[in-house]
Design a protein around this ligand. Structure first.
Ligand SMILES: [Zn+2]
Ligand SMILES: [Zn+2]
Length: 406
């Protein structure tokens, strides 16, 4: 892949080393907040290259800091390190050696890319090629996959940005289906918010033959399922994206008893913070209205998970320019369509301007045979594409050099 890049002005990252780290991390996957061996490897390597290393942030998070001259401009780059509770089925020589756990989202690749960049940054800095002064924070984050209680939130709660202030911060994710080493960007909202809502209607139980002596919580539950879709259809601008899915309903135990209560759980997603607020307000009002109509009481527990991920304009444009210079405009997609998935880097981007970008993973990993075609992340046949290591690390280097020069 390096042959396809404009790297005349770069000290290249060590592709063979990145491949070895990637395979080793892949063989030893660790779940969220249990990335002990992974963070130890990261900390040892960073220390060896002269970074000031801070461990144990959000249990297994590591930050490596390189500071030179007066400290200058402050840049943050972040990689996630956690694996998933999936039984690997790739059959690859570097397949997981831990039953029931695997790197099915390519975070092994993100970690190896940032390590490759870290080694080369340290070399460039020693050679005086990163300018007179600057501060680089490399953030290795645990537990991206853990929903609302993820690692980014915990690192922020433990003072990440106070201890390691950044003027701008960037992260990348591999993306299947886009050719390997191509880059995708989108300014503004890029990934959806993800919220979990629990609703409970409480009535009065009774005999199924005597409904007039009971207050049936089934009716508001049933009408709510249908009415919720009117929020998406009638209260949200048709140009905006919004999803309300009822994933669980639980009520009653047998056919001839009217139950005391009915409970349901929803997954709610939006691509703009304003739409997210609107969805929450309308869900609450609609549920209360349904409860009032049928004479039951209701409770709504609205748990906000990951927020909408919003890329800032200046940093996104900078990243696009750097990618174009590095791999050529034909391998860079600006204005990529938004993604309905969620990502906890969104919490960090609420506090610091920056950009989350995608690097194409090609069609690596087949879902149990060529006839089923390539698979998505979180599939037991998925594997990070090693052809992305060199362009990924070279991109971090080019971005850093540009950032510290400005
Ligand atoms: Zn994932
Ligand atoms: Zn992921």
């Amino acid at each position: 892949m390096i042959g396809a890049m404009n790297t005349t002005d770069l000290t290249l990252p060590d592709e063979a080393a990145m491949r070895a780290w990637r395979h080793s991390i892949h063989q030893h996957p660790e779940l969220g907040f249990h990335e002990f061996a992974t963070s130890q490897l990261v900390a040892e390597l960073l220390t060896q290259w002269g970074y000031e290393v801070h461990c144990g942030i959000a249990t297994t998070g590591v930050v490596g800091t390189l500071r030179w001259g007066e400290g200058g401009r402050r840049l943050g780059l972040r990689a996630d390190m956690d694996a998933l509770p999936i039984q690997e089925q790739t059959g690859l020589p570097w397949a997981s050696r831990t039953a029931g756990q695997m790197h099915a989202c390519g975070h092994d690749g993100h970690t190896a890319i940032l390590l490759g960049a870290a080694e080369a940054f340290a070399r460039l800095q020693r050679e005086g090629r990163l300018g007179d002064s600057g501060t680089l924070h490399l953030i290795f984050q645990p537990a991206e996959e853990l929903g609302g209680g993820g690692g980014a939130r915990r690192m922020l709660d433990e003072g990440l940005l106070e201890r390691f202030p950044c003027e701008a911060i960037f992260a990348l994710h591999n993306y299947p289906g886009v050719p390997a080493g191509h880059f995708c960007f989108r300014e503004g909202p890029f990934m959806a918010s993800s919220d979990r809502v629990t609703i409970r209607f409480t009535g009065k139980g009774g005999h199924g033959a005597l409904p007039h002596m009971a207050v049936d919580p089934m009716l508001p539950a049933a009408t709510t399922v249908l009415a919720l879709q009117t929020i998406v259809g009638r209260n949200v601008d048709p140009i905006d994206a919004a999803v309300i899915s009822v994933g669980r309903i639980a009520a009653g135990n047998t056919y001839n008893v009217i139950p005391d209560f009915a409970e349901m759980e929803l997954s709610v997603r939006a691509l703009r913070p304003e739409v997210r607020d609107r969805l929450e307000a309308r869900i609450r009002a609609l549920v209360e209205g349904q409860a009032a109509a049928y004479g039951v009481s209701c409770e709504v527990l609205y748990e906000r998970g990951y927020p909408v991920l919003v890329n800032s304009t200046r940093e996104t444009r900078l990243a696009v320019e750097v990618a174009r210079e590095l791999v050529g405009a034909e391998r860079v997609l600006e204005g990529a369509p938004p993604v309905s998935g969620s990502e906890d880097f969104a919490f960090i981007l609420q506090q610091v301007p920056g950009c989350y970008l995608l690097i194409g993973n090609g069609d690596n990993g087949f879902c149990g045979g060529e006839h089923l075609g390539p698979c998505s992340v979180h599939n037991p046949h998925y594997d990070f594409n090693d052809d992305c290591l060199a362009p990924g690390a070279a991109f971090w280097l080019a971005l850093g050099r540009r950032f510290f020069r400005e």
